[in-house]
Design a protein around this ligand. Structure first.
Ligand SMILES: [Zn+2]
Ligand SMILES: [Zn+2]
Length: 212
């Protein structure tokens, strides 16, 4: 993309914490803006900034761009074990405070952002890699407008926000390792399989085929 596009904000015009997320994620996009708003809402409702260890645990029901904002803002990360991903394809984030024993569920409301048929057509072209330079510019302008709208929108218009009293997911545990007898690599015990009476990691056990 050309940097001369005056329609788009420069990174420095965004709030500082959003700048950090953009740096981590690589670009600004509507999905990232949604994750950012959701993370800030969870922070405000729980009265806790970020997780040093596992005092916060987040469940993301999408693996879209927004999950990166959750990681940076709340320090709920995959590596620390306090980010759980459910493959539901929904822009829903639930953040639990283990000490207080409850969580905040932030769910994107439907129908707020619709693409016009023209915008949809351009999106398809961009996704397939066939967009012209002009179409790319139009697309980027539209994306930037949407980011601005998401950042400015009232939280209750954008999201359904609820307190949830269900138990937070269990803390991450450390398990013993065993050695896969097929590839020789180490695998944590609860993920090990048995193949032909031998310990196998998941990829090795799935490579097993009955065809001959
Ligand atoms: Zn993105
Ligand atoms: Zn293996």
């Amino acid at each position: 993309m050309e940097k001369s596009d005056k329609e788009s904000k420069t990174a420095a015009e965004f709030p500082r914490d959003l700048q950090q997320i953009i740096e981590f994620h690589g670009h600004i996009c509507p999905g990232l803006a949604i994750g950012y708003r959701a993370a800030k809402i969870a922070q405000a409702h729980l009265g806790i900034e970020r997780a040093e260890d596992e005092e916060l645990v987040a469940i993301a029901e999408t693996d879209g761009c927004g999950i990166d904002a959750i990681q940076v803002v709340l320090s709920c990360t995959l590596g620390k074990g306090n980010l759980i991903y459910w493959d539901h394809g929904k822009q829903v984030y639930t953040v639990f405070d283990r000490k207080r024993g409850y969580g905040i569920r932030v769910a994107m409301k439907p129908g707020r952002f619709h693409r016009t048929p023209e915008q949809d057509a351009i999106l398809q072209k961009v996704m397939s890699g066939n967009a012209s330079e002009d179409e790319m510019k139009t697309f980027q302008k539209f994306q930037n407008q949407r980011v601005d709208e998401i950042l400015a929108e009232d939280e209750n218009t954008l999201f359904k926000i609820e307190k949830v009293s269900s138990k937070p997911p269990a803390k991450a545990r450390i398990f013993k390792s065993v050695t896969c007898e097929f590839c020789g690599e180490s695998v944590m015990e609860p993920r090990a399989r048995i193949r032909d009476g031998k310990i196998a990691c998941i990829p090795c056990s799935e490579n097993y085929s009955r065809g001959w």
